[in-house]
Design a protein around this ligand. Sequence first.
Ligand code: PLP
Length: 462
Amino acid sequence: MTAIAERTDCSTDVAALVPVVGGATTVPLVDGTQRVYANLDYAASAPALEAVAARVTEVLPLYASVHRGAGYLSQVSTALYESSRQSIARFVGAREDDVAIITRNTTDSLNLLAGVIPAGGRVLVLDVEHHANLLPWVHSRPGQGHSATIVPIARTVAQTLRALADELARQPYALVTVTGASNVTGEALPLDDVVAIAHAAGARVAVDGAQLVPHRGFSLTESGADYVAFSGHKTYAPFGAGALVGRRDWLDAGTPYLAGGGAVRDVRTDRTVWQPAPARHEAGSPNVIGAIALAEACEQLAALPSGALHEHEQVLRDRLVDGLSAIDGVEVARIWSDSTDPVGVVTFTVAGHDAGLVAAYLAAEHGIGVRDGRFCAHPLLAHLGASGGAIRASVGVGTTSEFVDRLVEALASYLADGARSSYEVVDGCWAVVADTRPLIAVHGLDHLAATAAAACGPALDD
Ligand SMILES: Cc1ncc(COP(=O)(O)O)c(C=O)c1O
């Protein structure tokens, strides 16, 4: 049996090819023992690849101001930044004339795109979306000329595609913006169909690639989509950079996202001449290290054997869904009865049990990291009948089948025998009563404990 067969039953050992930093980090349990952290929260934020951390360490001594510095290291840093832009664009299959803008994350990218929709343009969006791909369209800022229509999702993919086509036939749209993979269930509409329907109606397509790009990869050229937005911190490069990649014309003509140095060609007191994209939208000092980190993650993921990441996540997802579905009272959420090939993101509810309590138990008694709440997708959670919150487990390159089995067994044991500790709600969050675990007990960070405790304010409603 190969190493990966023991880990995930896959033919390629993805975890060995792209190891993550902290894959063996242990965390304290409430019973006083330590356990390797079962990170099942990749959809929220993924750990850095070891190669990404190494690259950052390698380039830090070369770091200097970019674009405007005359010094040697400024030129090196500028070259590194610009070649990172190319790697990022290549990773998402950018066309020759597409432009890649380095942003902070997917939210930033989609807000940027919302600012360059030609005046009067209508945007079509489904109520399945993460708030990052909903709010920028429905709440246009002063000076933005677009308006949005939200189409409710139907029971099936086929019906939802029909509803999209019907709305596109009703009035002209500039843009249809869709998730490449739901951050709640991992499902998506078939992108080829969305692109065909939208383009036939004269609308462009933007893809929220926050979950699709790191879990599956994506190509603008192959899909025919016009824009893609994604986040470095979900793509194994948590150094504060993300990207928006796509058609140049709107980005060259649109209102600059930020006004400031670097975005302009010439400034007089009575007029400003702006640069074309990407500089037009990257005012201020850019996140050079973040871009280099993201580019390295892109290179590493692109170098994996074709289909390996897909297979790795599929095997883990199937194992998770099979295990969860076998437990009485656990229901795995599904948006469409006829959707196929979801990414490695699984949301479930436990009948009669608060999602936050179950998540706290999994962490405190089993060292498992999952997410609970409404996942910044309130309309979708309402549609799924889970407005009270649900639990999400998501996998990635460092996930093992032991993590998945641990979750399933812990949940079964919770439902059979209950939790061993007592839990209470503190500041809106479930917590162990009289928790004795030091907040920061890993790797000599005890000196941060007081600061960390003070920083834990009331839970945000996500
Ligand atoms: C599908 C989807 N879109 C957008 C976002 C927003 O990403 P970010 O927080 O990196 O801006 C997320 C984050 O969870 C997401 O899952």
